[in-house]
Design a protein around this ligand. Structure first.
Ligand SMILES: C[S@@+](CC[C@H](N)C(=O)[O-])C[C@H]1O[C@@H](n2cnc3c(N)ncnc32)[C@H](O)[C@@H]1O
Length: 305
């Protein structure tokens, strides 16, 4: 059949109006998102919510918000649908080597101190909390791998966690567009990235093996079997949470640090939070805390017992 005839036979494209969302419905969705993820959606983000809901509702042939809400609340099929929706309602913006000062702190201050003070062999455990599609944990893994080339008795592993299963899968695949890796220093990118095609690169298998992607909702931290960490990096995540919840999660993350371990936040993301066992690290343009080396608190999982 000629292409012209095939085109005429196709269902014509139809413009579908995005349904109106009144304040009551908006509040209902805001509450659901906050209860399940901690994300507080302000009125100014209503368009974001509406557009993403409408787009997903079109895919599942539902034309009103209440029916879709009922589907989300409906037992295990609702849970499956929620996993898809949560990926649409969370912001996954990220980049390789996004916060260069934080990475400088790890490379130029923390690791040199660690390699001179720890008994060898030693394994460094790092955790990227709210890792999105993997650029942050891979950046930390690349940095450590490269650093430890000169310290053969040091090993490392990175845990990368997020609430979005789709984002985690992208991280596991480790394939990125060239423009997403443009901040990676040449010697690092030559060592850890390989070309897939003219537009994409992939993280080399040897480095991918060092990063374990796992589903953790920050609201469920107290139910997770989390071991003690040397490095916890949590950037551009807690900005979406209300202050009390943010502080509660920070307290929980603090208990996951080994003595001497560091908690790295985004500069300017958190105000007025302190912890009795952590002291703030003075390092240019960063917001970082270190657990006192003489205090070995039980981790969250141990507190539960
Ligand atoms: C803007 S990205 C930050 C990515 C990376 N940390 C960075 O700074 O480049 C925020 C991530 O936090 C995740 N997130 C939001 N709420 C979460 C929750 N309750 N538990 C775990 N991850 C969450 C989102 O899915 C998203 O991938």
């Amino acid at each position: 059949m000629a292409i012209r005839e095939q085109v005429h036979m196709q269902t014509p494209w139809q413009y579908t109006e995005v349904p109106e969302m009144d304040d009551v419905l908006f509040q209902q969705w805001v509450e659901l998102l906050e209860i399940r993820t901690g994300i507080a959606l302000p009125e100014s983000r209503k368009t974001f919510l509406v557009m993403n809901l409408a787009s997903r509702m079109r895919e599942v042939s539902i034309d009103n918000y209440q029916s879709y809400f009922n589907l989300i609340m409906d037992g295990s099929s609702g849970q499956v649908e929620w996993e898809i929706l949560v990926d649409r309602l969370t912001v996954h913006e990220t980049r390789f080597y996004r916060d260069e000062f934080t990475l400088d702190l790890i490379r130029d201050k923390y690791l040199p101190e660690l390699t001179t003070t720890k008994d060898k062999p030693y394994t460094v455990h790092a955790w990227s909390v709210g890792c999105a599609t993997g650029e942050e944990p891979y950046s930390v893994a690349m940095l450590m791998d490269y650093y430890f080339l000169n310290h053969p008795e040091f090993y490392y592993g990175v845990t990368a966690s997020d609430v979005s299963r789709a984002a985690l899968q992208t991280g596991r695949d480790g394939i990125y567009h060239q423009r997403r890796v443009k901040n990676v220093p040449d010697e690092i990118s030559n060592t850890y990235l390989e070309k897939v095609d003219d537009e994409h690169v992939q993280v080399r298998p040897s480095l991918r093996q060092k990063v374990c992607f796992t589903h953790i909702n920050l609201l469920d931290l107290s139910q997770q079997p989390i071991g003690k960490m040397d490095i916890i990096i949590c950037q551009n995540v807690l900005i979406y949470f209300k202050r009390e919840l943010r502080n509660l999660i920070l307290d929980q993350l603090a208990t996951c640090l080994k003595p001497g371990g560091i908690l790295l936040l985004g500069a300017g993301e958190v105000f007025g939070w302190t912890h009795p066992e952590l002291s703030q690290i003075d390092y240019q343009s960063t917001l970082a805390f270190q657990r006192r080396a003489d205090i070995d608190e039980p981790g969250i999982d141990e507190v539960r017992k």
